[in-house]
Design a protein around this ligand. Structure first.
Ligand code: F6P
Length: 340
């Protein structure tokens, strides 16, 4: 068999480990792997390279993706869809493994519905894919954000300021939640909760009164009345680029005006997406990459390899894409137990 693989959407740590999982599992069963370049764009345009196991042997700890990535929607037009199918035929690919978040996987589902032999592997620093307990990339990204928050705490303490850290995560607050909890933030704002300025000011004042500084973590996706209408540029799948709204600097200004506490902000953006994957992400990526090939070998197309408890297993792509996975009430309860 010749198995194609692609990495699509925003990159994250663990993609290379997942590729290693795919290539080794295929090779150990006597199958060849070919990698499409830059996500679905490479499939559409017929750009690929051979991936012998020796090529991926040493990449388990490398950030980024050796295949490149893009936010290309290959089914935007019937012409593109036809190109995708022709390109897969021309490459002689018997099955395709699509590694990506909801957009990349929804393109995989579209291909499957057109008769394509495709399986998926979920990845995203946002951790917002339904049907899997965790996506790889999240643990690494949140660990970077936690480190940033702790550094901000040091300088907040020295200058008796409020420091706001803005983290990515789109419309799911998982990264902000984990960062806030793990760095001991005094207040954390998530897209899952309405923006409550009085509540924010209350906790900043309490923290500053108690110990002279405040640390706030905010998700880029929170809804701010004042930011509404300011629709930023959108990607191929129609998603607004939330980072451009600058909620962190907005919040710092509001805190200063509303509480009289001097405030600063930092936006770490794509720093969260680079660097080596954590141990957790490496293991998860390897396992899911391997399982995706098992799904192919078992003919379970239209499925995606996921983590449920301790197990990796396959579930239908439809299930994983039903809705984005957002932060649940029990996590919100835990988070706010630690407000200042
Ligand atoms: O989906 C992953 C993510 O990193 C989001 O957290 C963020 O909003 C977005 O990608 C940024 O996208 P881009 O890399 O296209 O700026």
């Amino acid at each position: 068999m010749k198995i194609g693989v692609l990495t699509g959407g925003g990159d994250c740590p663990g993609l290379n480990a997942a590729l290693k999982g795919v290539v080794y599992r295929a090779d150990r069963h006597g199958h060849e792997t070919v990698g499409f370049l830059d996500g679905w764009k490479g499939v559409r345009d017929g750009r690929s390279r051979s991936l012998p196991w020796t090529e991926v042997a040493g990449i388990v700890g490398d950030g980024g993706t050796i295949l490149g990535s893009s936010r290309t929607n290959p089914f935007q037009t019937p012409e593109d869809a036809a190109k995708v199918e022709a390109s897969l035929r021309a490459a002689g690919v018997d099955a395709l493994v699509a590694i990506g978040g909801d957009d990349t996987l929804s393109a995989a589902l579209a291909l499957y519905r057109r008769g394509g032999r495709v399986v998926g592997v979920p990845k995203t620093m946002d951790n917002d894919v339904n049907g899997t307990d965790w996506t790889f990339g999240f643990d690494s990204a949140a660990s970077v954000a936690m480190d940033a928050a702790e550094r901000l705490r040091d300088t907040a303490r020295s200058h008796h300021r409020a420091l706001v850290l803005e983290v990515m995560g789109r419309h799911a607050g998982w990264v902000a939640l984990a960062t806030g909890l793990a760095s001991g933030a005094d207040f954390t704002l998530l897209p899952e909760e309405p923006y409550d300025e009085e509540r924010l000011f209350h906790h900043v004042r309490r923290a500053v009164t108690a110990r002279g500084y405040a640390l706030v973590v905010a998700s880029e996706g929170i809804e701010l009345t004042s930011a509404k209408g300011s629709v930023a540029a959108a990607d191929d799948f129609g998603h607004e680029l939330l980072r451009e709204r600058g909620v962190g600097s907005f919040l710092a200004k509001r805190i200063e005006a509303g509480t009289g506490v001097e405030a600063r902000s930092a936006q770490i953006g794509h720093i969260q997406r680079g660097g080596p994957p954590t141990l957790f992400d490496r293991l998860l990526s390897l396992r899911l990459g391997v399982h995706a090939v098992d799904l192919v070998l078992e003919g379970r197309f239209g499925q995606v390899a996921v983590l449920r408890g301790e197990q990796v297993l396959g579930v239908p792509l439809e299930e994983a894409l039903k809705r984005p996975k957002t932060v649940t009430a029990d996590w919100l309860d835990l988070l706010h137990t630690f407000d200042a």
